[in-house]
Design a protein around this ligand. Structure first.
Ligand SMILES: *Cc1c(COP(=O)(O)O)cnc(C)c1O
Length: 348
């Protein structure tokens, strides 16, 4: 598969910005080449030097956890940066198109619109699985990307693995699998499949299971051809020194993260059972994520009543195939208890 020919012509010929550290990589005692403040920072810790543009220490630590080599790893300012870069590197505005599968994560559509790239929507089936026929019909010679969110936001389910494999086997553009919630899923990640599919991009994030949404750090795993293109297009210093330092420290605490994942999954099942017992609840969709999609008798009324009690969930009542639904993040046991007793106190 010719990944190089999938990219935009102007990206193919782009000469990327060359940083001071690209131009001199060795050791030295005096660095006067980057116009930094040579004295330090007005902080207890110094941030006066530009960070590593390729975040190699962090990627090295990450590769030990994920089993993915550094050259197959891209780090972005959230997964949202990787999503945007895929549009900017591969999609010709006003010419190419991408396929998204609603109801799904909103950023694919926003990023497409920002980049003036046509969106072809193929709704999920009523069971929230992939409509393979519809997807096949929507694809044409200008289709560059398909976004598959699995586990999907806001529905919570994982996509059937063999369906994703069918798309990987047949589609000639990039297949982007967004695994933001993979840590909570029974389904296993697709990162082990990277060696088989040069057109596969797997997105993961530090924002959910890792508890670092405030740092803004996302991962894209793909063939080195794709990673090289993303690195060429990204801003030179897209991940700050403080984010690199903190993420590296967080990776030392994976035990804590794994404990939280176990607790969250147990709490999710507990919460699902309690929700199902409420008369106002019509349906609790099975979840492979850290949230639950719930259909209630009056989504807007219930949403407002919860807001009045200081409890904020996500109102998905207007979303295709999620009519009447609220999306509820699994909280701590205490938070979940507050939610359930508030719901019990409502009459409808
Ligand atoms: C939360 C979420 C992300 C994470 O985005 P970041 O920019 O990494 O915070 C990505 N994809 C989906 C589907 C999400 O729900």
């Amino acid at each position: 598969m010719d990944i190089k020919n999938l990219q935009r012509e102007n990206i193919k010929t782009l000469r990327p910005y060359s940083t001071a550290r690209d131009e001199y990589k060795g050791q030295a005692s005096v660095f006067l080449d980057a116009n930094e403040n040579s004295y330090g920072s007005p902080l207890p810790e110094n941030f006066n030097r530009y960070p590593d543009p390729l975040q190699l220490d962090l990627k090295d630590a990450l590769s030990k956890i994920k089993g993915v080599p550094i050259e197959n790893t891209f780090l972005g300012n959230g997964s949202d940066e990787a999503i945007d870069l895929l549009f900017r590197a591969f999609c010709n505005p006003g010419k190419d198109n991408v396929i998204i599968l609603p109801p799904t994560y909103g950023m694919y559509e926003v990023s497409a619109n920002i980049n003036d790239v046509e969106i072809r929507k193929v709704n999920l089936l009523p069971n929230f699985q992939l409509d393979l026929e519809g997807i096949a019909e929507a694809i044409d010679a200008n289709t560059k990307l398909i976004f598959i969110c699995s586990p999907n936001n806001p529905t919570g389910n994982s996509m059937v693995r063999t369906d994703i494999e069918t798309i990987l086997a047949n589609f000639k553009g990039l297949v982007v699998i967004d695994e933001a919630y993979i840590n909570f899923a029974k389904q296993r990640t697709f990162i082990q499949e990277l060696t088989e599919y040069p057109h596969l991009v797997v997105l993961q994030t530090f924002s959910k299971a890792w508890g670092l949404a405030g740092l803004r750090l996302g991962m894209a795993f793909a063939s080195s051809m794709i990673i090289d293109i993303l690195n060429k297009v990204k801003a030179p210093y897209n991940i700050s020194q403080s984010t690199q330092d903190l993420a590296l420290a967080a990776l030392q605490n994976i035990g804590q993260v794994n404990d939280w994942i176990k607790t969250t999954v147990a709490e999710r099942e507990h919460l699902a059972g309690l929700l199902l017992d409420l008369p106002m609840v019509h349906k609790v969709y099975p979840s492979d994520a850290n949230f639950i999609l719930v259909e209630v008798a009056d989504a807007n009324g219930t949403y407002d009543a919860l807001v009045d009690r200081g409890i904020i969930v996500r109102n998905r009542a207007k979303v295709t195939l999620c009519e009447g639904c609220l999306r509820i993040t699994v909280g701590t046991p205490a938070e979940n208890e507050i939610l359930i007793s508030a719901l019990k106190s409502l009459t409808n």
